[in-house]
Design a protein around this ligand. Structure first.
Ligand SMILES: [Cu+2]
Length: 149
């Protein structure tokens, strides 16, 4: 929650142009190690900020089948997932103050939903990005391509 608030404040303080647009992405999960979409796509020309909404349509508690949505470069995905396990449940299995984490939600369980809003400023068109769930053991299967156009 703290990280989301910080990002929201950072966005408010940023200089957004008159044509600034906020884009919304939705992705759902269930009581299985998979996202309902194999990829997500944004356009830098259209999106200054992106709000990613994650919905857990399953029934299992977050301690057993928790999921989140973390965005990194594809090269950083495996090391960040490992660092996330070390960071532990209290940190949503996401390394704290780690620049490799472009965006990340909290871990949620069945019936819950969450979202994260982040700036697209640092993203590059055609860059190689991956989103994944950093719950221990999930990231090997639970990931997708984040396409920036
Ligand atoms: Cu998961």
């Amino acid at each position: 929650m703290k990280k989301q608030l910080f990002l929201a404040l950072a966005l408010l303080g940023g200089s957004s142009s008159a044509f600034a647009a906020d884009c919304e992405l939705n992705i759902n999960v269930q009581d299985a190690m998979t996202f309902d979409k194999p990829s997500l796509e944004i356009s830098l020309a259209k999106c200054d900020n992106v709000t990613l909404k994650l919905k857990h349509e399953g029934k299992m508690p977050k301690t057993a089948m928790g999921h989140n949505w973390v965005l990194t470069t594809t090269a950083d995905q495996v090391p960040v997932a490992s660092a996330g396990v070390t960071a532990g449940a209290a940190n949503n299995y996401t390394p704290v103050d780690d620049k490799r984490v472009i965006a990340g939600t909290e871990i949620i369980g069945g019936g819950e939903e969450t979202s994260i809003t982040f700036s697209t400023k640092g993203l590059k068109v055609g860059g190689d990005y991956t989103y994944f769930c950093s719950f221990p053991g999930h990231s090997f299967l639970m990931k997708g391509k984040f396409i920036v156009k």
